[in-house]
Design a protein around this ligand. Sequence first.
Ligand code: APR
Length: 199
Amino acid sequence: MKIEVWQGDITTLAVDAIVNAANESLLGGGGVDGAIHRAAGPRLLAECEALPQIRLGVRCPTGEVRATAGHDLPARHVIHTVGPVWQDGQRDEPALLANCYWKSLQLAEKLGLHSIAFPAISCGVFGYPLHQAAQIAATETVAWQRSHREPRRIILVAYNAATYKAYQSALAAQGQPIEPPPSPLLPSLDLGLPPAAAH
Ligand code: APR
């Protein structure tokens, strides 16, 4: 399998897990975090609130992961991770962002999941430079897929054309040029994924 890139709203994907770019409180926010909580409904927040605080106000430290159910989402699970806030690239940001991808994949494998979709973690509010983040996303997911069988379907979700193009070039640099979306005549592997959005 190759790493897939799909442009659209991650909350619509009927996969085993979608990854949430959260903050350390896990109590919701804007961006993809807000979209996921809106689509999942109030039971997601209730489940997050019930997770233990490892220190005041922190349920998930930066670079770590927590899993919840998907509730009203089409996805079965949400894997919450907290990306680094970009400062100057000298504060462990690359390693922390790589951990978000690697630990999400480890948790998905542990849960026996077969498909996982990632947003562009830290590329919004947290200000991570897009191309550097895309390189890390491509490097970690390709390395995982080369050494693990599950989750066998890994999707990088771009919310805009710039992110889609950044993933395209980052994966090409990993020797994985993105294949064009399957021809409408060819039945795609149906995991309930909507056809690739026009981009
Ligand atoms: N589907 C897919 N991707 C999305 C969606 C969506 N519905 N909404 C936003 N995105 C994209 C953004 O365009 C960006 O590329 O997700 C990427 C991550 O942006 P943010 O959601 O701002 O996340 P991040 O930069 O990691 O900042 C996290 O923002 O929302 C708060 O509570 C969150 O404090 C945390 C911080």
